[in-house]
Each structure stands twice: as structure tokens, then as C-alpha cells.
Write a protein that binds this ligand. Sequence first.
Ligand code: PLP
Length: 414
Amino acid sequence: MSHQNLETLDAEAIREEFPILQREFDGQQVVYLDNAATTQTPEPVIDAMSDYYREYNANVHRGIHHLSQEASIAYEEAHDRVAEFIGAAGREEVIFTKNTTEAENLVAYSWGLNELGPGDEVVLTEMEHHASLVTWQQIGKRTGADVKYIRIDEDGRLDMDHARELITDDTAMLSAVHVSNTLGTVNPVSELVDIAHDHDALAFIDGAQAVPNRPVDVEAIDADFYAFSGHKMAGPTGIGALYGKQHLLEAMQPYLYGGGMIRKVTFEDSTWDDLPWKFEPGTPQIAEAVGLVAAIDWLEDIGMERIRTHEEEIARYAYERLEAEDDVEIYGPEPGPDRGGLVGFNLEGVHAHDLASIMNDHAVAIRAGDHCTQPLHDKLGVSASARASFYVYNTREEVDKLIAALDDARELFA
Ligand code: PLP
């Protein structure tokens, strides 16, 4: 199906491409509002992976036979497609990882362990996901580098004055989330990167919640590293990508070793293959790379700008409906260009887990918990929050179902 001829995004038509969205529980069609955790998969992506297994499944690294040749080409070219999608110069700058978390760890181990030491500082934000927060915290402990956090203000935005204060010539790395998975805040990442570069620090941007739903150009942002996951963008689980500037990746040592990443091995020593293979040892995620390409094709056919607009509109609607309820507390900024497509909230007197369970009785899938941002929840003064997160196939009617289910939760728990 082509989406190009549609003036605005037609979520109802798009839903038809998702078999899972047709599922019913107790006679109620599933309302899937857990997209910040994982998005659903459209038929073209499922078909692309199925075709791979039916037609050209083989190990890569250019075996002599036809099947390996085809699989190798598909896998290698997947790097080109991802590079093009995020505005990287070429495949040398795109390393496939398991997910965003592994991309963070790759930089932390390969660069951080070798480059950081006492006196160095790593600056994060208070809204970092554990993927970066825990990783840099541990690297800090092992290297003696200090980890500092840019404050958020009362509206859930970064305090940029504090950012300018905290990032100094002692800063070696800034790691910031592009869009917060808890607050929905869209951070001014180019500005943050500029501040880091003014102090000769590197900048890592966690794009797990940005690449799926808005145009992202890593060169325009000027990030040194940028990471995201396939399973949050209509693609498969098991694959993510790390973008890195070529000269930085070239200077870095791999932290995973094995076959497929070497040039020459003797009993005494080894040398590494070219980028990106140097960082991709062992049999990689071939079917997943094929699926990721299909997801990118599918998203681009709809248009990233239209996806952003749709998500913003649904999130605005959800925000306004929730805000109209006196006993609901919402986290993060008001709707606008610096709020992404999710709404975190709590219903007074009802634990977020109980709320999610009541929602589930209505086949409404939301997430409850700390969303891998425990320190941020501490700061918000709550142990957990509920989160409704939207994607290209969600509709206003689905938000209405979420709102309707709140009454049940009040009756049972409040
Ligand atoms: N960063 C952010 C902002 C996220 O929302 C997530 C996942 O929820 C991650 C990192 C980790 O992604 P993954 O579990 O795919 O590694």
C-alpha cells in the first residue's frame, strides 16, 4: 500500500496493515498505547523478514555461494539505508547493535574505559534512561570520572542555564536523551551538542524516542554519537544502531571480539577490519537488518514529518483530556513542539500498576512503573507513573477509551 497520496495521515487505513492491532481480548479490540516500549510491526516488515528466511537465509561475510552473497549484500546495504535515513555520511558511520542500550555500552566501553580518568566529567541529564545513566555511572566508577546531571525545571524541561554551568573544560562526554521516554520532553539537542563542543567534549544523543517519530539528521545535530532501536520504529526486536563520526570510530578500540571483525590474526595478535565491521563481531542480525530496512521504507513512505504531526496531535488530545480530570497529575511540558508523542501521568489514590491493570481489563495497553528512569521518578516524588504512548496508527477514539477506563479505576481503588 502506498501512503503517498494521502493529504494527512490516515491512521484508520494504516491500522489495517498491522495484524496484531486486529486482536481482541474478551471481545474488545486491543488499544495499543505502549509504543514507547515497543511499536507494532506492519505487514511489509513481517513479509521482508519472512522473505529473507524463505529466499536467501545464509551467513554473511561474503561466502562463495549465491545465498551468502545475497544475504551479505542485503546486510551490508542495510547500513547504507540507515545512514541515508539519519543523515550519516555512509555505512562506515553506522554500526548495528542489539538495541540502544548496547549502542550506549559500546561507546562507554570502547571510548569511555580507555579515555576517561580522574578529573574528567561525564554530564548527563536528570531525565536519562537507565540505558545511559547506569552505563555512564558504572564507567565513572571504574575510571574515576565524575558523573553530573543537568537539572530539569518544574515543567520537565532541561534547565539550560544549569547545562551551561555544568558543562566545562573538565567535561569529556555529554550524554543526553533526545526525547524523554517519561516526560515526553523534546530536548534542544543541537544546542546541547554545541555547548559540549565549545568545551571540546564529545556528545552522545540517545534517539530511542526520536528516530521513530520525527525527521532526524545526525549531521545537522552535529552529534558525535547517536543511537536508536529498531523495535520502537515499526521494525524488529534485536537490532539497533549506533551512529558515530567516522574519525572517532576509527580511533576507538572494539570491545567485543571474535570472527567477522578482524583483518589478520596470528597466535600473538590481531588487527581489525574496516568500519563498520570492526564493531560487529560474530554472526550479526541479518533478518533484523532486512526488517529494519523495510521499516524505514515504510515510515518514509508515510513521511517522518507527517508522523511527527500525527503523534503530536494525538498526544495533545490525550494531554487535554487527561488535564480536564481533576484527579490526574501529568508529567512533562505542555503540548507543543517540545513535547513528543507520549503522556506520563498518575491518577490520585490509584497506583500506576493498578491503573494499568484496570486498563488491561478494557484491552487498553499502557505501561506503568518507573520506565527505566528511577532517579527521575524520585525527583518527581513518585515511585511509578502510568504512560500512554502513541504511534502512527493510534486514533482519538483510542484515547477516549483510555479516559473512559479511568472511571473504573476510581470506583475500584480511589
Ligand atoms: N533510551 C530511551 C529514551 C528509551 O526510551 C529506551 C527504551 O525504552 C532506551 C533508551 C533503551 O532502548 P532498548 O531497550 O531498545 O535498548
